[in-house]
Design a protein around this ligand. Structure first.
Ligand SMILES: Cc1cc2nc3c(=O)[nH]c(=O)nc-3n(C[C@H](O)[C@H](O)[C@H](O)COP(=O)(O)O)c2cc1C
Length: 218
């Protein structure tokens, strides 16, 4: 039976969030493809995971010490989040741009799940898991645009998820999401609508092929 790990991090609710709209589109198609599948959902805006602290660091199994209650708590959270990753046949992440990079809630999740010998490095069980990242943004940072060099979402996630964690990462990028709300950029509305429609189609297409390990299970 296939499992999808679905993570959202938009601070806007359903109906107002573009990344949630696109991840929901993906999820619906994925559920159609995997009627017996399981979706594990984390809304990091509604239920943030704790920031990485000294306790989280000391709780790493490699340290081999006895743990304080705080370290045990941190270790339990990390273990649970890592197991969710290891159990996933496909991963879906909503990662809107916040101040040129990812939301701090998503960074906290990443800091908790990155663990050498488990999710990074030789022997990692998550290598090659198909991963779709929906990274909405108010403007555009596409190659050739004036702000191209200020893109620290896709660049960063490609390194940490793709290079370090060796997930099979693909990005869906709805742009110009300020256009419906900000009169100063209202002229960009057609570009926003085009980008949102393209993102929706990409989500549908990726969901149909994001079976990963589940394909063998089916
Ligand atoms: C705190 C915050 C910071 C933002 N910073 C940027 C930014 O640096 N560049 C940008 O293009 N859009 C920025 N935005 C706009 C969001 O990326 C945009 O509204 C996007 O659609 C958010 O995703 P969502 O619709 O799923 O909530 C920011 C939004 C918030 C709330």
């Amino acid at each position: 039976m296939a499992t999808l790990l679905h993570i959202d991090s938009s601070v806007s609710p359903h109906g107002a969030s573009v990344s949630r709209f696109v991840t929901e589109t993906f999820r619906k198609v994925w559920e159609e493809q995997h009627p017996d599948g399981t979706v594990v959902y984390r809304d990091l805006a509604a239920c943030p995971v704790p920031h990485f602290t000294a306790d989280s660091c000391a709780a790493e199994p490699t340290h081999g010490r006895s743990h304080t209650p705080e370290q045990s708590f941190a270790a339990t959270i990390r273990r649970r989040l890592i197991e969710e990753l290891e159990d996933a046949d496909a991963i879906l992440i909503g990662a809107p741009m916040h101040n040129y990079t990812i939301p701090s809630t998503l960074k906290a999740w990443i800091d908790n799940v990155v663990l050498f010998g488990r999710t990074v490095g030789e022997g990692s069980m998550i290598t090659g898991t198909p991963t779709t990242v929906v990274t909405s943004r108010g403007l555009s940072y596409a190659p050739g645009t004036p702000d191209e060099g200020h893109e620290y979402v896709q660049n960063y996630l490609d390194v940490i998820l793709g290079h370090a964690m060796r997930l099979d990462v693909g990005f869906i990028v709805p742009e110009f999401t300020y256009a419906p709300h900000d009169p100063a950029v209202a002229a960009l509305l057609p570009l926003f609508e085009w980008s949102r429609d393209r993102a929706t189609k990409e989500a549908e297409a990726r969901a149909k092929t994001a079976g990963g390990r589940s394909t063998a299970d089916a």
